[in-house]
Design a protein around this ligand. Structure first.
Ligand code: HEC
Ligand code: HEC
Length: 470
């Protein structure tokens, strides 16, 4: 009898402690301290407030101008900002980007045509640029990484010929190693891509170079830039000891990174305010959503840490859309239109169709979503994340995309994508509709109010005199 009552009272005590506490004055029951519970989960997943790296104002100003100057593209027809617009939350609002030779901006942008009259798209969805200052894995396939010792690394692999050269990207063997950060190293890449910024070989001096002659491309661009007096003055403010003829594209890249850090490191979303100590910054629903995200929905298995990404690769059974990056896939596997993600970049089979876990700050504003932008609502994206295989099997491009874009869907690749999934990376989680709506409320709480003010960074004009707008 005594034993039973002890057991019973322990049970009752435990019940009181775990489910509710009584508010003495009003006697209403409020749930057990949600904030304390969430604090434990956040701690477990190493979620601390984001810190903004320090920047030099002169460098930021130079970077801002370069970011908008089309002079950095072979044909002087596209800037970084064409695909990373403040008004589109540093992305471009379209599933897969439209590169050099295109006209217009965001959803109105018209792709150029290839020699067969077919529209040319970039293989992937434009990534947003929020809080990238301390990232170590860049791009959807991580083809640029920063090692613990600060050195840059590119995956080995690629097509057989390129694999002999050991690298498919310039990181690691031709990148200047004195770049400020991984973000600065990233800025060396877009200008070397034929369809993004460089242009076709017959079109300009920067493009009329072999694909692996990276140094010549960068040299060509920096000499264009420093030929303009206004640029020489801007560079002098940042690098007073370096004469104009000793400047490299690396110096420009460092400035672009400084600008991206200053303008796009945002730490005032409700969730950020909550992490900084304001317990009222999140709504009740968002808190419940956070508890799901860091708890039973399993999102933080991958979207972990302060940046909400483990910066490694998973095959989440995301169907493919767009031209693909087929040249990196071993011959015989592909008709040249597949995108094998990390597997394509490294040639390592278990990585086939794996992509880097994306960071999620401002995610409600960075659609369309996934590496190829095949979902046009955040809800559809999250439903996919809750049941990757089921969603992939039921995917209907016409239900999510405009007809033009739906035609870029690669149905044939789906079977291959599914055959490379791993159970631990594609677990299904069942939530009630109420829980789903809380999870979405949490994702909405990642939106920074400062997004509205980003337009202040757009320059009125740039030293080349080329148009700033598209
Ligand atoms: C034609 C459109 C386009 C242009 C122009 C462009 N980008 Fe991008 N950007 C993209 C796309 C698409 C991706 C994702 C590519 C991938 O992962 O394969 C990307 C990725 C990035 C990333 C990686 C972010 C991350 O999380 O890894 C950064 C940083 C970036 N771009 C900055 C720049 C800068 C700086 C410039 C100008 C020098 C530039 N971009 C020009 C479309 C563009
Ligand atoms: C096993 C790792 C993993 C888990 C678990 C996971 N994700 Fe993801 N998430 C990823 C990867 C990888 C991508 C990119 C996939 C792609 O595009 O091919 C992604 C993409 C996303 C995107 C699109 C982001 C963008 O910018 O396009 C959202 C939103 C998202 N995940 C939310 C969630 C939520 C919510 C959960 C929990 C229900 C979750 N994820 C669970 C790895 C994961």
């Amino acid at each position: 009898m005594k034993k039973i009552s002890i057991v019973a009272s322990i049970f009752i005590l435990a019940f009181i402690a775990s489910s509710c506490v009584t508010n003495e004055k009003t006697s209403t029951k409020i749930p057990v301290d949600t904030d304390a519970y969430l604090a434990d989960l956040l701690n477990e997943h190493n979620v601390t407030p984001i810190t903004k790296p320090k920047t030099d104002p002169a460098k930021v100003e130079l970077g801002r101008i370069l970011f908008w100057d089309k002079l950095l593209s072979g044909n002087k027809n596209i800037s970084c900002a064409t695909c990373h617009l403040p008004e589109a939350s540093t992305s471009d609002n379209v599933p897969v980007s439209v590169g050099q030779g295109g006209k217009g901006k965001m959803t109105k942008r018209v792709p150029p045509k290839d020699e067969h009259g077919k529209p040319v798209f970039i293989p992937r969805n434009s990534l947003d640029l929020f809080n990238r200052g301390d990232m170590v894995t860049f791009f959807w396939d991580g083809r640029l990484m920063v090692k613990k010792d600060g050195k840059f690394l590119a995956p080995v692999g690629g097509t057989p010929a390129r694999r002999e050269l050991k690298y498919i990207s310039p990181a690691g063997y031709v990148l200047p190693q004195d770049l400020d950060s991984g973000l600065a190293a990233q800025a060396m890449f877009p200008v070397t891509s034929v369809n993004e910024m460089r242009g076709n070989p017959h079109e300009n001096n920067v493009a009329a170079i072999k694909n692996w002659e990276w140094q010549k491309m960068w040299d060509g661009l920096i000499s264009r830039i420093v030929a303009i007096e206004e640029y020489r003055d801007l560079f002098k403010k940042v690098y007073p000891d370096i004469p104009a003829d000793k400047l490299t594209f690396g110096h420009a890249a460092n400035a672009i990174a400084a600008f991206e850090i200053e303008a796009f490191t945002l730490t005032d979303a409700p969730f950020d305010m909550y992490l900084q100590g304001d317990k009222n910054a999140l709504s009740k629903e968002a808190k419940q959503g956070a508890i799901l995200f860091y708890g039973k929905a399993g999102c933080a298995q991958c979207h972990t840490g302060s940046l909400m990404t483990n910066q490694v690769f998973h095959n989440r059974a995301v169907p493919q859309l767009g031209p693909g990056k087929g040249s990196n896939i071993p011959a015989g596997r592909s008709d040249g239109t597949w995108d094998a993600g990390r597997g394509g970049a490294t040639g390592i089979t278990p990585y086939f169709y794996s992509f880097r876990t994306p960071p999620l700050r401002n995610v409600a504003k960075t659609g369309p979503w996934m590496h190829d932008g095949l979902y046009s609502t955040l809800e559809a994206t999250v439903r996919h994340e809750l049941d990757p295989i089921g969603s992939a099997k039921n995917y209907d491009p016409y239900a999510h995309l405009t007809k033009d874009v739906a035609e870029l869907y690669r149905a044939k690749q789906m079977e291959d994508i599914l055959s490379f999934t791993k159970p631990e990376d594609t677990q299904k989680v069942t939530l009630s509709e109420g829980e789903l709506s809380n999870l979405l409320a949490f994702l909405e709480s990642l939106t920074s109010p400062s997004l509205d003010g980003l337009a202040k960074w757009v320059p009125k004009k740039v030293p080349s005199g080329l148009p700033v707008e598209d």
